[in-house]
Design a protein around this ligand. Structure first.
Ligand code: GDP
Length: 299
């Protein structure tokens, strides 16, 4: 239900428009397909996926000799589900314990919030979680993470503003080992203005993890803001060059009518979207299952 609510803007952007479109046509023709194409591209599903869907749709219409516009909607849902099913669901890699999740992304995308939500999710599964305030460049980032830690009820390892992020992660790893922690979630600084800087900063943190925590299951999550559309794709490409991203978290899907970006991003980058943010609350983070996603859009 939360998913459905969270996707309501996208649903409006896609299915409500499709409903209007279908009603305005007497029969299926080329113009109808063109308008349908516009709707899908407008929802940021991506040009290649849209073309694929439209072609498949046309084939099916021809094969089944369909003429009624209403019949298109169901087939469209069917085709989208099939195409999305290629993006099979991938869970967070937190087994076996201990595990470490490094969270990367530029400021403002919802990194801290997502860390809090993930911590909540894992804690509810009975895991012992600790957070590391690895974004030491902003005092606010450290404070925010502490607030989330208190809210969720997990410890936060932090140093002062301006200290070395790798040192924070080092300390956090020692704490995680000493306290028998299942999952250590590390925030990192996301200063993208200079790729070399970013590479150096993240590289140092990755080295500490390799050296100090080789036994841990590893996950590197990139957080992207869905409301930024193509910009998010660009960010992902840059991060992909400097880090081994193992999964994506797409936030603020509730704030956009272009939720189709989930599809475009996972297809274009070939990295699984593992979690999607559909609101500001602790529970508003969901696993990304393609069929549930399509159902929430059409249901
Ligand atoms: P950070 O700078 O990347 O750590 O970003 P924050 O975690 O501080 O989030 C920035 C803003 O986005 C905050 O106001 C969050 O409440 C908001 N936010 C994060 N995720 C979501 C989401 O899934 N939906 C909505 N509506 N807001 C979100």
């Amino acid at each position: 239900k939360r998913l459905k609510e969270g996707l309501s803007k996208t649903k409006k952007g896609i299915t409500d428009k499709i409903d209007v479109l279908i009603k305005s046509y007497q029969k299926i023709d080329e113009e109808l397909f063109e308008e349908l194409e516009e709707i899908l591209i407008g929802a940021d599903i991506g040009v290649s996926t849209t073309m694929e869907v439209i072609e498949e749709l046309k084939d099916t219409v021809k094969e089944r000799k369909l003429v009624e516009p209403q019949e298109i909607k169901e087939i469209l849902q069917e085709k989208l589900t099939i195409i999305l099913n290629e993006l099979s669901f991938t869970a967070l890699n937190v087994e076996p314990s201990p595990s470490i999740i490094l969270v990367v992304g530029v400021n403002g995308v919802g990194k801290t919030t997502s860390i809090g939500k993930i911590a909540h999710k894992l804690k509810k599964q009975g895991k012992k979680v600790v957070l590391a305030a690895g974004d030491t460049f902003r005092a606010a980032a450290i404070d925010q993470l502490k607030i989330w830690g208190d809210r969720v009820g997990v410890d936060v390892i932090k140093h002062q503003e301006g200290s070395d992020p790798a040192a924070v992660v080092y300390d956090a790893i020692q704490a995680a080992k000493a306290r028998n922690v299942d999952v250590l979630i590390c925030d990192t600084a996301g200063r993208l203005h200079n790729k070399k800087n970013l590479m150096n900063e993240l590289g140092k943190v990755f080295k500490v993890v390799e050296r100090e925590f080789p036994e841990a299951s590893k996950e590197v999550l990139l957080v992207l803001d869905a409301t930024t559309g193509q910009n998010a794709i660009q960010q992902a490409k840059t991060f992909k060059e400097v880090a081994n991203i193992s999964g994506l978290v797409l936030t603020k899907l509730d704030g956009t009518a272009k939720g189709g970006i989930v599809i475009a991003i996972s297809k274009e980058l070939n990295i699984p979207v593992k979690l999607i943010g559909v609101g500001e609350k602790m529970e508003d983070l969901q696993e990304f299952h393609s069929n549930t996603f399509v159902k929430a859009l059409f249901g």
